[in-house]
Design a protein around this ligand. Structure first.
Ligand code: ARG
Length: 288
């Protein structure tokens, strides 16, 4: 009897080991399938992790991260001729490059109107958006943590330097803001009886001020500073508007939490080692 039960024990042990072995083998081959040849992926587990890591896998497989931006916003993102070539530069671009680098892929930049960015994101035309974009309720996207905070500034014509000194001086005036931006709302909240002019491109709004077709234009302070520094006929009003929960974040398509978690980790790293600060300083230097 003793011998018999020992035999059973040994057989069961062998069976268990065999089972474990096949289970392991299976796991290895499943992983292989996911990373390699496109065999049917297990759709039985709609857990967030599985779904989203496959989104990151898709980007890795494509070998590129497609960034949507609106390159009319120095020092965040803007066009600059480098070695005779029109190039999009800015601190948002450097952050996007770091995200792409950590994903092990190239960065491809798609420049478009600010108001079209979230549409492009949700249509899958771009993977992420960095455009000095402020997370706000109603914006259909997944947002990262804030990577940069700024005040809001108002640009006026240099001739009106002494006319427009306070926000109250702008009461009833023609005020410009970028279409689809938070500045559209902010201007209406802060300036009484304004006549709002919303245009798609910041340079067009700046031209309107230069030609005195509008009295002032509202944008993030660093951008207003950049335009003022480069245009003698523009003047930055000595006022600061504060957008309470303001700041810039990375946006991804709604639901793509894992991509945003990835972006958050990159942001943490860049914050810790001082890179974001460095990117901002370098971008500001490139404006001039
Ligand atoms: N922060 C503002 C917003 O989210 C304006 C950003 C404009 N960005 C740009 N690249 N033009 O609405």
């Amino acid at each position: 009897m003793k011998k018999f039960s020992r035999t059973v024990a040994i057989i069961s042990f062998i069976l268990v080991m065999a089972l474990l072995f096949t289970a392991c083998g299976k796991k290895v081959s499943t992983d292989g399938e996911e990373n390699g040849d496109q065999l049917p992926v297990d759709t039985e587990q709609p857990s967030a992790g599985t779904e989203e890591s496959s989104r990151i896998d898709e980007i890795k497989q494509a070998g590129k991260l497609v960034l949507g931006t609106s390159a009319d916003y120095p020092p965040y993102e803007f066009h600059k001729e480098i070695d005779g070539k029109d190039t999009i530069v800015g601190f948002d671009i450097e952050i996007a490059k770091a995200i792409a680098e950590d994903l092990g892929v190239e960065l491809e930049i798609k420049d478009m109107d600010f108001e079209g960015l979230l549409l492009a994101l949700n249509a899958g035309k771009v993977d992420i958006v960095l455009a000095g974009m402020t997370p706000k309720p109603g914006r259909d996207a997944e947002f990262s943590k804030i990577y940069y905070k700024a005040l809001q500034g108002l640009l006026v014509h240099a001739d009106n330097k002494d006319v427009y000194k306070t926000v109250d001086d702008l009461t009833g005036k023609r005020i410009g803001a970028q279409k689809g931006s938070i500045q559209e709302d902010l201007a209406q909240e802060e300036i009484k009886d304004l006549r709002l002019k919303a245009l798609a491109k910041i340079p067009d709004l700046v031209l309107e001020v230069k030609h005195k077709k509008i009295d002032a234009v509202l944008m993030e302070m660093p951008v207003a500073e950049a335009y003022a520094a480069n245009n003698d006929d523009l003047h930055l009003m000595p006022v600061e508007l504060i957008d309470e929960e303001g700041g810039s974040a990375v946006a991804a398509k709604t639901g793509e939490k894992e991509l945003i978690e990835f972006a958050n980790k990159v942001i943490d790293k860049l914050e810790k080692d001082g890179s974001i600060e460095k990117f901002v300083i370098e971008a500001v230097e490139m404006v001039e």
